[in-house]
Structure formats: structure tokens, C-alpha cells
Design a protein around this ligand. Structure first.
Ligand code: MN
Length: 709
């Protein structure tokens, strides 16, 4: 398949068609410069590289962008891929263009360890770049769009990852910026490449439905056109097809088949004024019966991406459902082009005010980013709130508040003020008490009940949806946990000092400051927190305080709370104070269960530990535990080996164990009356895999009768 190749003359013609005064010279210069710079490069399918910048510039011209933006479309890959420097660009094309090229280069120069990290970082960087100049984003969109349109040239695995990134990052931003056509094209192209079979099937079905209903749609259109003429209302009627990914999402969301979707085909009526939109709505409702619950007034209450339109579904002439969208010319422009419409060449100067709402969204997101340091969490948060559905609720004073769909009274409370959120104990909706997890509905009037002694609960995180509420609650919990850790750390440390006959005054000594530095901590308080969390043991701290003590005297016993208690998380909570149970010696890879002790953190048991049955009496204290893989840390594991009692067997066993690089931290051997040896090892192993391996090797050794954990 060959793509349509665009020439610089085509591009210039396109630009002049909407901007007759365009600075054509700068476009030509940018073109020559770029083709020179890329002259030795080829696109993956073998065509000259310059075809890509030309196509990108052409997409920007379709969006009727200003000349600088289109020039940057031509130049966007020069600094990234060729020997060109930012100085070259600014010298030749001026600062405006150089700034944009540099911003784009920065965007593409990011490298990441994991895919999620990459996505989240990508998202952040784009938002930041965009907040400086929205055109950066628009050029990036055009770049990605051309890459998506030519994605078939890339190998399968690359296609998948680019398609999913487009779906996860680009489409939501395009949607949020109100560029409807772009969101749709991003989604459909991603869909096409990530689920080719499903996509083809859907295209086939939609085409078939279109053919079947063509006559019917024409009939409805004629009735409306006639009626519009009679009433003297201007209106352009056109057919529309829901986009493929939209159909797919609807099928998924509502668990229905294609055949059960009634609004695949619809009609759009574009008129001149808002008043006529409602007049046309009335006309349609008098012609056919509207379906209750399907009427949406996005003119009275626009979506947060500024989308405005009336939607209604009626039972048409043959008893079939027909969906209508009614809007003005101007609303249609906003629905299709969103923020891009403000970057039209001629309107450049008027940006500030018109973009108010898009920009305020951006500001919110960037604010949220500062509060959520974890990349993945941030991405989830932003994606979550990109969904444009909102509910409108009222404060007791009648002020309107916009919140994302699914918001609860807690979200509302935090949107009023952080302190209202923290102190919130209950809520009244329309005068009646509701649970805090109640989902707000349009038009609810909300009153928050607060108590000055109350604080947020971790459970709230399960139902709040706004980023603001989430980050404030987490912040509060973190501060609280730190306080508690300091208390616990202090207690543990004082206890350990007492055992060594040392008074608490040493805590404030210069020696202690040295210990703080030795653990690379910022402050003594941080050290206390680490002790409280169990990252550092009180024992280790005291050990450092008194290095002259003989090592074995204070050396930890076998079942020492394992060296660095990192790597365990309980229900997503990291760094919980824990120790591994001495009855079953759990290791990474085991099925694990945690038991919440009173005051000593969490004990980790193997899921099949006999003691758990006894502990399980108090179900509420058992928690799910996850042992994150990582690092070179080892954990103690016990192996009981039964052998024939014969000299040398212990030495052979030890040699075998060391040969696989496993340390023996403890060993006890005893002989039984029936001439057998019973040996208990405590080994430092990485994980279950390593232990299983070793167990098999031992079992095969001569003289070994039984091996078990
Ligand atoms: Mn590019």
C-alpha cells in the first residue's frame, strides 16, 4: 500500500487556501532545511524521511494552524534525529520556532525503565510542555497521528505498544482539549491495530447496517427537512455513524452485542442559534416520541471539555430508534476542533480568554502531579479524571459544584476545603443523611457534617474518585503514620538502650548524630521513623553506637527480624513493620498470609502454616501480603534433613549447600535412636525457586532419607 505523498507545493497551496497572507517563504526554507538535514534517512518502509515531516505539517495545515506551527511540523525531527542544533534553528528561523522545536525534542528524548513509568512520565512531560505552549501538544498530536496512520509498516510488537500508548495518553488528552475528530481517529486507529480481528468484524457489521438503513435514514431526513422549511428554521441535516471504538466501548460497558446497539447511526442537525436548537428539539419531539432518559442538554450544561449539543433519541416512523444531535455551527466547531480552533492563524492574539477552561484543567492536573510523586499512580489518577462525565451538585447556599461522575460526599467535602474533608463525619443529601460512600447525582444539594476531632480513614480511598480527595487523604495518613512511627521508634530504641544499660540521654548525643549519618539519614527523626517502620532495627542502631562491643555478643539470633525489612507490602501499603514467623520461615515465592499482632507489627506466615489455623480465630487480623521481588536480599528458610548416621555426611551436605551459593546461618544436628541423623539447617535463600532447587539436589544425595521444610 502506498500512501499519498504530499509535496511542499501541495502544503503551501493548502495553507494559502485558508490563510492567503501566510509567510510562504518561511515554509519553503523550513522544507529545504529539513530535507537537507534528513537527506540520508529513510522511513521504515523505504521512502525518503522528509515525507513524514511533510505529512505532519499537512495535518497541521488541515487544522488551519499558524505558519510557525506548520514550519515546526516540517522541522520537528531535525534536532532529534540529525546533527542540527537548537542554535541552528533559532539562528535561521527565530526564537518562536526554535522554542517549539526544542520543546518537542525534549518530549521525545525521554527514556524510562518500565512501560508504566514511561507512560506516566510521557504524560507529565506532555502536560508540562503543553502548559507552556499548547502548540507543542498540537504538533505532537500531528506527529503521532501520522505515525499511527502508517503503523502497518512497523513490526507487530511495536504496533501494539504504540497503539496502546495512543489510546491511553493521546486520545484522552485530545478529548480533554475538545478536539473531537482527533480523539476519534486516535481511538479508531489504536483499536484497528491492537485488536485487528474485532475491528474488521465491527467495520463489516457497521457497513451492513448502513446499507440496510440507508433508505430509512433518508426518509427521516426528508421529513425533517420539509418540516424545517415549513417552520422557517435554518438547519443542515446529515447522517452520522458512531465511531468504531465508541461502539466497542459501549458493547463492553453495557455487556451487549452489536445488534443491541440502537444508536450506531444517527442524525445531526446544525442550525444558527441556540434558540433554534431548542426549537428543532421541540419539533422532533412533536413528530416522534422521545425515549425517556435519553435526552441530554449539553447546551445548558456543557461538558467540561466545552462540548455543547442537544442529544435525544426518539422512536422514528417505522418504530426504529433514531438518535439526534442538535447544535449550532459554532458549537460544532468547538466539538470538532476544541482548543485547536483558538490557534487558527488569525485568532492568535485572542488566546488567553477563550482558553480559560482548558487551561484551568491543565493547571489542576499539573497541581495534582506535584502532589502525587508516584508515576503510575499519577497516570491512573489523570486517566481517571479525563473521563468527561460530570455531576453537578449544589452547596447549601445554592452554589453549583462540578465533580467527576461517581464522586461521593467526601470528594465534595475536599473540593470545598481540605479541612472540611479531614473533619467530615457525615453528609446530608437533600436534607437526608446518606453514607459517605453515596454516589452523588445531578442536582443533589449537599451538606457536610464535620467534627473537629475527626480524621480521614484509609477506607475512604476505596470510594473517593477525585485526585484532590485522594492526595489529601494519603497525605494525612502519611503524616499520621510518621507520627506513630516516631513514637514506636523511640520506644523500641529506648528499650534496646535499657538492655545495654544506657540512658535516653544518649539519644541527643553527638554519637547519635554520627549514627544518623552512618545510616545515610537526613535527621534523627528520620532514623526513628525507620526504626518504627522496621526498616532499621533498634538493635542495629545500638550496635553502631557501640562498635567496640564484641560482635557475637550482640549478633542477632537465627530468627532475627530479617536484616532489612523491605519488600513486603500489605494491601498496597508499603514499609509495614513486620517480621517473618519462626514457625514456618516464609520466603519470597511462598503463598503468604500476614497476622496483625498487637503492637509488634505484622507477622508473616506461609499460607500453609499450621499455626495459622489457630490464629485465624480472629479473621480480621489476617491480611493479604505481597512480597515484591527485588534486590539481593535473602530470607531465612528452614530445611530439615534426615540422613543415615554416617561420618562425613554433614560435611557433604554443607559442601553441597555452599556450592549453590547459599549461606547456612544456623545448623543443629542430632542422632536418633534408630541410627539416623536429624539435621536442621537455617539457610539464607533468595526465594522459593532457589530453595526448591536445593531441596531436590539434597534429596538425591547418597545417604539422605528425607528432606522437608
Ligand atoms: Mn516525527
Amino acid at each position: 500500500m502506498t500512501e499519498e505523498l504530499i509535496t511542499i507545493d501541495d502544503l503551501i497551496k493548502k495553507v494559502l487556501s485558508y490563510n492567503p497572507d501566510a509567510d510562504v517563504e518561511i515554509l519553503r526554507r523550513a522544507y529545504y532545511f529539513s530535507s537537507e538535514a534528513h537527506c540520508s534517512q529513510k522511513r521504515i518502509e523505504g521512502s525518503p524521511y522528509i515525507g513524514h515531516p511533510l505529512a505532519v505539517a499537512s495535518i497541521l495545515a488541515d487544522m488551519k494552524m499558524d505558519t510557525a506551527t506548520i514550519a515546526v511540523g516540517l522541522l520537528h525531527d531535525t534536532v532529534e534525529d540529525t546533527g542540527t542544533t537548537a542554535e541552528d534553528i533559532s539562528g535561521l528561523f527565530g526564537n518562536d520556532i526554535a522554542f517549539l522545536v526544542e520543546a518537542l525534542t525534549k518530549l521525545s528524548r525521554m527514556e524510562f525503565r518500565t512501560k508504566e513509568e514511561a507512560q506516566a512520565e510521557n504524560f507529565r512531560k506532555m502536560l508540562l510542555a503543553m502548559s507552556e505552549d499548547v502548540r507543542v501538544m498540537l504538533i505532537k498530536f500531528a506527529d503521532r497521528l501520522h505515525n499511527m496512520r502508517t503503523l502497518q509498516h512497523l513490526p507487530e510488537n511495536k504496533r501494539q505498544s504504540i497503539a496502546s500508548e495512543t489510546l491511553d495518553i493521546y486520545a484522552p488528552i485530545a478529548n480533554r482539549l475538545g478536539i473531537g475528530w482527533l480523539k476519534i481517529e486516535f481511538e479508531d486507529l489504536s483499536f484497528k491495530f491492537s485488536m485487528p480481528e474485532l475491528y474488521k468484524e465491527l467495520v463489516r457489521k457497521v457497513t451492513k447496517r448502513k446499507e440496510e438503513q440507508e433508505g430509512y435514514i433518508r426518509e427521516v431526513t426528508e421529513i425533517i427537512e420539509k418540516k424545517l422549511k415549513e417552520e422557517g428554521i435554518p438547519g443542515e441535516v446529515s447522517g452520522r455513524v458512531k465511531h468504531y471504538y465508541g461502539i466497542y466501548q459501549k458493547m463492553q460497558r453495557e455487556r451487549i452485542t452489536f445488534e443491541q446497539i440502537h444508536d450506531v447511526l444517527g442524525l445531526r442537525i446544525i442550525t444558527d442559534t441556540k434558540a433554534n436548537c431548542y426549537a428543532i428539539l421541540g419539533m422532533i419531539h412533536s413528530l416522534w416520541t422521545p425515549i425517556p432518559g435519553r435526552f441530554k442538554d449539553y447546551i445548558g450544561v456543557p461538558k467540561s471539555n466545552m462540548y455543547q449539543s442537544l442529544h435525544t433519541t426518539v422512536i422514528g416512523p417505522k418504530g426504529e430508534r433514531v438518535e439526534f444531535q442538535i447544535r449550532t455551527e459554532e458549537m460544532h466547531g468547538i466539538a470538532e476542533e476544541g482548543i485547536a480552533s483558538h490557534w487558527r492563524y488569525k485568532e492568535k492574539g485572542e488566546l488567553a480568554e477563550k482558553d480559560g477552561r482548558y487551561i484551568s484543567w491543565l493547571r489542576e492536573i499539573i497541581q495534582a502531579q506535584k502532589e502525587v510523586p508516584d508515576a503510575k499512580e499519577f497516570l491512573e489518577a489523570v486517566k481517571g479524571e479525563v473521563v468527561p462525565e460530570v455531576v453537578y451538585v449544589f452547596t447549601p447556599k445554592g452554589e453549583i459544584k462540578e465533580l467527576p461522575m461517581g464522586s461521593t460526599p467526601v470528594d465534595f467535602a475536599y473540593s470545598v476545603h481540605t479541612q472540611v474533608g479531614h473533619r467530615c463525619v457525615g453528609a446530608k443529601v437533600n436534607g437526608r443523611i446518606v453514607p459517605l460512600r453515596y454516589q452523588l447525582r445531578n442536582g443533589d444539594t449537599l451538606e457536610i457534617i464535620t467534627s473537629p476531632t475527626h480524621g480521614p480513614s484509609r477506607d475512604w480511598l476505596k470510594f473517593v474518585v477525585t485526585q484532590r480527595a485522594k492526595s489529601r487523604i494519603k497525605q494525612w495518613i502519611k503524616t499520621e503514620e510518621r507520627k506513630q512511627s516516631i513514637e514506636l521508634g523511640t520506644k523500641l530504641l529506648e528499650g534496646e538502650l535499657r538492655r545495654h544499660n544506657l540512658g535516653p540521654s544518649i539519644l541527643k548525643s553527638e554519637d547519635m548524630q554520627a549514627v544518623v549519618r552512618a545510616f545515610s539519614m537526613q535527621s534523627f527523626e528520620d532514623l526513628l521513623v525507620s526504626v518504627g517502620y522496621g526498616k532499621v532495627s533498634a538493635h542495629q542502631v545500638v550496635n553502631k553506637l557501640m562498635p567496640e562491643k564484641p560482635a557475637e555478643e550482640i549478633a542477632p539470633k537465627i530468627a532475627k527480624p530479617s536484616k532489612e525489612q523491605k519488600g513486603i507490602s500489605i494491601k498496597g501499603i508499603d514499609n509495614v513493620l513486620y517480621h517473618t514467623a519462626e514457625c514456618c520461615f516464609p520466603i519470597p515465592g511462598d503463598n503468604l498470609v500476614g497476622f496483625v499482632t498487637r503492637g509488634k507489627g505484622v507477622t508473616i506466615h506461609r499460607g500453609d502454616c499450621k499455626n495459622l489455623e489457630r490464629l485465624a480465630v480472629d479473621d480480621a487480623r489476617l491480611v493479604d501480603v505481597e512480597w515484591k521481588p527485588g534486590g539481593e536480599t535473602t530470607s531465612p528458610a528452614r530445611l530439615v534433613v534426615e540422613t543415615v548416621d554416617k561420618p562425613g555426611i554433614l560435611a557433604n551436605l554443607s559442601a553441597l549447600i555452599s556450592s549453590v551459593n547459599v549461606n547456612i546461618s544456623h545448623l543443629e544436628a542430632s542422632s536418633t535412636q534408630d541410627k539416623k541423623a536429624h539435621i536442621v539447617f537455617v539457610l539464607e535463600v533468595k526465594d522459593r525457586g532457589q530453595l526448591t532447587n536445593l531441596t531436590q539436589k539434597i534429596a538425591q544425595m547418597e545417604g539422605v532419607l528425607r528432606v522437608k521444610r
